[in-house]
Design a binder for this molecule. Structure first.
Ligand SMILES: C[S@@+](CC[C@H](N)C(=O)[O-])C[C@H]1O[C@@H](n2cnc3c(N)ncnc32)[C@H](O)[C@@H]1O
Length: 240
């Protein structure tokens, strides 16, 4: 059964285009793409065990899917797929894979990233390599939030909505919080922002008074997240 976080990507896929899932592991996502009508989606795996698991899913799938062994985008031809998915990996691994295929990456028009770590670093990196974030959302599985970033390999101006609803924010704040999350009025995003703020506050409470510098920086972060929540509430009330 497909997890809720992977299901949220599947829901948004345009199944008329070909899809590749890098780091397919169990192979469930690619099988679900195939069975939902995506033409011969491709599972890519670099580790033997997960590669075998993906092959096993291909054997059971009602619709055809490919399984390829190799690193990142290496097993794909330029422009071979419309959509690339990289889910369940650390942000560093995603950046390494993108950096490794700098010449090829722009030939794939649509991307979904589900980084388990380093959200801010990944956003900054995407911006550096000329990708624009179209949308971001949060899925909660139990107590844990999962971020998904949908991006295109084209430079685009920031949506005017950002400056309208978050007038004191600039590029730095967009990278920290997520431009797509700021414009996503769902309760899941609100909960995520609250979760970050509570995490910061409980961390702050444990820092000894003597560590003035650290406390000062953390206070600024707390102030930022309080402001984010305040503006996001107004934005959400207007857009729900
Ligand atoms: C934790 S699993 C996530 C599986 C699945 N995408 C999901 O979200 O449930 C990460 C998978 O990525 C694979 N992987 C890591 N680096 C990779 C790379 N450079 N190229 C292809 N696969 C990679 C690992 O072998 C592992 O099976």
């Amino acid at each position: 059964m497909l997890s809720k976080r992977l299901g949220s990507i599947l829901q948004r896929l345009d199944c008329s285009g070909r899809v590749a899932d890098i780091g397919s592991d169990h192979g469930l996502f690619v099988r679900a793409c195939a069975e939902q009508g995506s033409p011969r989606p491709i599972a890519v795996e670099v580790a033997r065990g997960p590669y075998s698991q993906s092959l096993a899913q291909a054997g059971q799938s009602r619709e055809p899917m490919d399984v390829r062994f190799g690193y990142g985008l290496d097993p794909l031809q330029p422009a071979e797929v419309h959509t690339v998915v990289m889910a369940g990996m650390g942000g560093e691994t995603i950046m390494e894979i993108l950096g490794h295929s700098a010449g090829k990456r722009c030939s794939f028009p649509l991307w979904f990233f589900q980084p388990m770590t380093r959200h801010v670093k990944l956003r900054r990196y995407l911006s550096e390599i000329g990708f624009s974030i179209l949308e971001e959302w949060i899925v909660w599985e139990g107590q844990r939030p999962y971020l998904t970033v949908q991006a295109v390999p084209i430079e685009q101006p920031w949506p005017v909505q950002l400056t309208r609803w978050y007038p004191d924010f600039g590029e730095e704040e967009y990278m920290i919080v997520g431009p797509g999350l700021l414009l996503n009025p769902t309760h899941a995003v609100h909960q995520f922002f609250q979760h970050n703020l509570q995490g910061l506050k409980s961390c702050f409470a444990r820092i000894p008074e003597a560590h003035r510098r650290i406390r000062q920086t953390m206070q600024q972060d707390i102030f930022l997240w309080e402001k984010v929540i305040q503006c996001h509430l107004q934005y959400s009330q207007w857009h729900r």
